[in-house]
Design a protein around this ligand. Structure first.
Ligand SMILES: [Zn+2]
Ligand SMILES: [Zn+2]
Length: 327
């Protein structure tokens, strides 16, 4: 096994990879594992944060009928504080205090410093810049536009208590819908001209950390957060749009943490479900989607870190090169 491969599999058993992957339709235990992994813990956490934000930290819809700097500024600051607190809760213990060292870390390397690849010659500062100066602005822009349209009845908006089952089902489906949208735009920005001008910025993070999740080019942010436009088409409650945007904003931190498991105590740890996306940063042409739906398996782009998957990737790249030469 090569050194790189050994690094990849630090703390990662293949059983855990399989548990994260798509279930066989006929095996109930695998379906249960997939369902429980879909709901718990991360999607439940994001949904809880969204509900609390809607109840206690979102202006009244009547106030959002008119665009005004006070409520727009409030939403921008609320989003800035939320992303700052959430990502710091990962970054500080794992990368500043290094409480679990490299235990369950995919790569033995830490974040890059003193390199001309990154703005300010520092991976953390580069990632922080793109998150604060682009991601939060564009995220807030989509949120403000959606709430304003809903407040003015310009897009199909429904009352939660008039349609509770439909509303709960849409809320539950957000991670899956988001995963499909992410796969589509991610394939698009791997198209060489867009990759070279836009997506290269995110992929500078070959060894990502929690702040790398939203370290993207503004054009990528525009595409990435556009998933919320679904709620401009299907009847939705403002909480759906809020939960969708917060899922887009918070979940990349988990997937880019660089750790397979986070130790909460000596005996208790939690899976980050970040391995497949870590492999995307390592091998580029695999695992374009999230973990909520097995779309990479369906499209033949899944990589589980095994030698077999690596061979399949090599074969796919060779076939593509041959196709290009023939064209
Ligand atoms: Zn990434
Ligand atoms: Zn990519």
């Amino acid at each position: 096994m090569s050194k790189a491969k050994q690094e990849d599999l630090v703390g990662r058993s293949m059983a855990a990879v399989e548990a994260q992957a798509a279930p066989h339709p006929m095996r109930l235990t695998e379906i249960w594992k997939w369902v429980s992994g879909y709901i718990w813990p991360w999607n439940s956490l994001y949904t809880a944060i969204a509900i609390l934000t809607w109840l206690y930290c979102t202006p009244e819809m009547a106030r959002m009928k008119h665009l005004a700097p006070d409520w727009i500024g409030f939403i921008f600051l609320r989003n800035l504080v939320l992303i700052g607190l959430y990502v710091s809760a990962w970054h500080i213990p794992l990368y500043v205090r290094r409480t679990q060292g490299t235990n369950h870390k995919y790569s033995a390397r830490w974040l890059t410093t003193d390199s001309s690849i990154f703005m300010f010659r520092d991976q953390f500062l580069d990632n922080l810049f793109w998150t604060v100066c682009s991601a939060v602005l564009i995220w807030t822009g989509y949120e403000v536009a959606t709430f304003w349209c809903q407040a003015n009845g310009l897009i199909p908006t429904i009352n939660w208590w008039a349609h509770p089952i439909y509303c709960a089902a849409i809320l539950l489906m957000i991670p899956a819908l988001r995963s499909i949208h992410f796969y589509a735009i991610h394939r698009l920005i791997h198209w060489p001209p867009l990759y070279r001008s836009v997506h290269y910025l995110h992929h500078k993070n070959v060894n990502p950390g929690p702040w790398s999740g939203l370290a993207m080019h503004p054009v990528e942010h525009l595409l990435y957060f556009s998933g919320v436009l679904l709620h401009w088409v299907i009847p939705s409650h403002p909480l759906h749009a809020l939960a969708h945007l917060q899922h887009l904003a918070l979940s990349p931190c988990t997937g880019h943490s660089g750790f397979d498991r986070v130790l909460l105590s000596r005996r208790v740890s939690v899976d980050t479900y970040g391995y497949t996306h870590y492999l995307h940063h390592r091998y580029f042409e695999v695992n374009y989607g999230g973990d909520a739906v097995p779309i990479d398996r369906w499209m033949g782009t899944f990589h589980d870190g095994s030698a077999k998957a690596q061979e399949a990737l090599k074969k796919r790249l060779l076939e593509r090169r041959n196709d290009r030469q023939r064209a």
